[in-house]
Design a binder for this molecule. Sequence first.
Ligand SMILES: Nc1nc2c(ncn2[C@@H]2O[C@H](COP(=O)(O)OP(=O)(O)OP(=O)(O)O)[C@@H](O)[C@H]2O)c(=O)[nH]1
Length: 453
Amino acid sequence: MLLSHKLNGSATAPALAKTPVTSPVPIRGSSRSSRSSVCCKASQARALPTLGSSILKGTGLAGHKSQRSVLPTVTQASQQGTSVEPVTPIQADQRVPVTIITGFLGSGKTTLLNSILTRDHGKRVAFGEIDIDSSLVAKQEVLEGTNDSVMQLSNGCLCCTVREDLIKALNSLHSRRDEFDHIVIETTGLANPAPIISSFYMDQELPDKVRLDGVVTVVDAKHVTRHLDNRKEGTVSEAVEQIAYADRILLNKTDLVDTPALDALEKRIKDINVSAEITRTTSPHEHSHEHEHCSECGHDHAPGEPHGHSHSHDHSHEHSHSHSHADHSHASHSHEHSHSHSHNVKHDDKVNSVAIRLEGNMDLDKINYSLGLLLETRAEDMYRIKGLLSIHGSDYRYVFQGVHTIFEGTPDRKWFPDEKRECKLVFIGRELDAEAFKDAFEHCLVKEPAVAA
Ligand SMILES: Nc1nc2c(ncn2[C@@H]2O[C@H](COP(=O)(O)OP(=O)(O)OP(=O)(O)O)[C@@H](O)[C@H]2O)c(=O)[nH]1
């Protein structure tokens, strides 16, 4: 349902409120992604898209413009001897920011959203809910003061249906953009938010109207360990994927978990996604502990009430439950072991993060080549990439981000005269080898001539 609400307060997705700027894009593109390649089974099975991270200060680009390889645009600019400066002046981004809220069943998305929508933060929010798992996807749009209702979807290719419907809804909302400041989309269902995120980049016009501001994942601190561990051989659990795509993570229901367990959980989350900011939350829920929602059986239970299934809400029991998964360690154990961010992820989540920070300037051709190669060869494993680059010969910082085959980058602001020139890159994906990544990107640095003694 899409509703316009007067948002009060600032509990909104914190990733949202940045002041964006926009500019054209010397660095942009996506590896050979095409609509067909990101559609249907391919996109459902994996997930593709996303961005909206706060490092990207609004771009004039998006998927449809980024269907080209990441290489030619930049290389061309460089070879022609042209600078990599922005082509037109950086200007304020007028597009409507959209936040996607995702999270496992019962994690507290709706409760949090309700609190966002009723607090006094002076923003008007249009809110939409999309069920990405149901075989029948239905959606309604209702704007405050009106009763315009809207779209009922039929069965069909789910990701196409979701995408087409979302694109229509957002386009239609945009025509009334004076009525709200921000759009929030809550995803329901188990799946990862990939088809929704990709919608922002697959349409021709949408990227000029709305910008994906961020993906917020609500994590149920009480039950997430089980969800993280619950995966079929050779696959990644949906809970892991939801964490991997996040720009911001709300670790919710902290009232039900003790601090050491929360600390261990945060560590496990950071092993998956090192760049998302984690905020611990306790939602103002109606029936608190008396009736805790059970995400496993879908019902609310009073404390001590039999669940009719194996898990208990008692901490010690939950620990033993998790240990019963033979190939996983429990989150609470993770702090006892030293962790590697490369292959040996203790929990066998397979999804890990590599964060690289390098002082100095990058050679445009080399970084372009390296990123292009990565997109060519590891696109399916690459859930998200984000970065801030200092490019040799440019006064501008460059920010980029990508999801699987979709990639976009743009000049940000000028480096301050006394600012240290450095590059930061974050990769979140399956089985990423930190050392190999570091080596590859170190080679992109411009070697400064040795200073004579
Ligand atoms: N103890 C506790 N319960 C919470 C908290 N946040 C939400 N709940 C409860 O958890 C249950 C599920 O919350 P919802 O907001 O409906 O979760 P959801 O993610 O929207 O659920 P789905 O739409 O089914 O995926 C409700 O019974 C809430 O009252 C919290 O911080 N602490």
